[in-house]
Design a protein around this ligand. Structure first.
Ligand SMILES: C[S@@+](CC[C@H](N)C(=O)[O-])C[C@H]1O[C@@H](n2cnc3c(N)ncnc32)[C@H](O)[C@@H]1O
Length: 375
């Protein structure tokens, strides 16, 4: 059966569901549900003629509800297979709500009455994503970029349309390109002027069907004046922060002393990272989310858990931890070429070859953060 969305006449479908709901005889009730199922399975009979029930809407109709045929049929099957009449009526009521109403949470546009339709949204903490999304302006040219699926997923879960997303380490602009696709306004901070300009050019290549703003600001995320920067775009706060900092010195991004890939020791890197978090936190709306994407590193024969260290830093700034996602690591060309060498090193050195990185999801606490709570 097709799982493409089909267009149904909303009022007609609601009327049929209500008519079935009013039925007190279990046998007749189930017969009517079966009839509805048959007509959905055989859409050709859904015309307005003598035998049709006039359910199928045309593209021109204004009164339309879009439903995946397979899911609608699955809902009807659940009603038909319910153990009790009471349960069957409950499922029918739920289906009617899914057709007639929308129930979204505070931080996204997911319609909870129709949650089964969001196959695309990941809810597991282990992400094995075999291929980067290379659609649209995503070229993946920048060494150290992340796959677009990361900001895509974060935005689906933690933003509503036209919300503002701040990426404190914008790099090649992956987050902002994704913002355009999903209809979110985006601001990215990038230290390296040249990269910032390249990102701007690339973002402009992505169509902007929702007419959102996409701004890359060249600057140091540790000290940039966020209120002033946001004011330029007419906003005071953002609804999601994404941070994908350098994994300390694994990739040297520039020679700039303010670049986190040039922070001296691990402690200095963490202090710089903490400064970035402290600087951005006041402009994040209360109870909204911050996603930190980072991996660990090896140095002098030791695994340095940068991810967990950075997680601890964020937690000092008025956030609660919502999830730790482990994501498979994009194999870089260099790593692929050196695969055998890394395996030999692992076997001889007693360690494991990195295959994962983390996405830490935090929620900003509801109360205002004071110096006291920050310590
Ligand atoms: C891991 S990359 C981010 C890549 C990005 N997610 C993408 O998909 O292209 C980290 C970026 O942070 C930038 N950076 C380093 N220190 C910074 C700072 N103090 N302020 C702002 N950006 C900084 C680097 O130039 C680099 O582009």
């Amino acid at each position: 059966m097709s799982n493409d969305p089909a267009l149904f006449k909303k009022e007609r479908l609601i009327a049929i569901l209500n008519e079935i709901a009013a039925e007190d005889d279990n046998y007749i009730f189930k017969n009517k549900v079966s009839e509805l199922k048959t007509s959905i399975l055989a859409p050709d009979s859904n015309d307005n003629g003598e035998n049709g029930n006039g359910l199928i809407a045309s593209l021109e109709s204004s009164d339309v509800v879009i439903y995946r045929r397979d899911l609608l049929v699955a809902e009807l099957d659940q009603i038909l297979e319910a153990q009790t009449f009471e349960r069957a009526k409950y499922y029918l009521k739920r289906l009617e709500k899914g057709v007639s109403q929308i129930k979204t949470g505070k931080v996204n546009d997911i319609n909870l009455y129709r949650w089964k339709e969001y196959d695309e949204v990941i809810t597991d903490s282990l992400w094995v994503i075999p291929k980067r999304d290379t659609s649209g302006a995503h070229l993946g040219w920048y060494w150290g970029n992340f796959i677009p699926q990361i900001p895509h997923q974060m935005m689906l879960r933690y933003t509503k349309e036209v919300d503002w997303v701040l990426d404190a380490f914008a790099g090649s602009g992956t987050t902002l390109i994704e913002c355009r696709k999903l209809g979110r306004n985006g601001i990215g901070i990038e230290l390296n002027q040249e990269i910032a300009q390249k990102a701007r050019d690339l973002i402009l290549e992505e169509p902007n069907p929702f007419n959102v703003k996409s701004e890359i600001v060249a600057g140091d995320a540790k000290v940039i004046n966020y209120p002033e920067t946001l004011e330029r775009f007419g906003v005071q706060q953002v609804q999601l922060i994404i941070m994908h900092p350098p994994y300390h010195d694994i990739i040297p991004f520039s020679e700039d002393a303010d670049d986190l890939s040039n922070s001296g020791t691990t402690e200095e890197f963490l202090a710089d990272f903490a400064q970035v978090v402290k600087n951005a936190t006041p402009v994040l709306e209360k109870e909204r989310f911050l996603a930190l994407v980072i991996g660990d590193k090896y140095a002098k024969g030791e695994w340095i858990p940068l991810g967990f260290y950075c997680m601890q830093e964020v937690l000092k700034h008025g956030y609660s931890l919502k999830s730790i996602i482990v994501k498979n690591f994009d194999e870089t060309r260099a790593k692929r070429e050196q695969k055998e060498l890394w395996r030999y090193r692992a076997l001889s050195g007693g360690f494991y070859v990195f295959k994962h990185e983390y996405i830490f999801v935090f929620q900003k606490k509801g109360r205002e953060i004071t110096e006291q709570t920050e310590k």
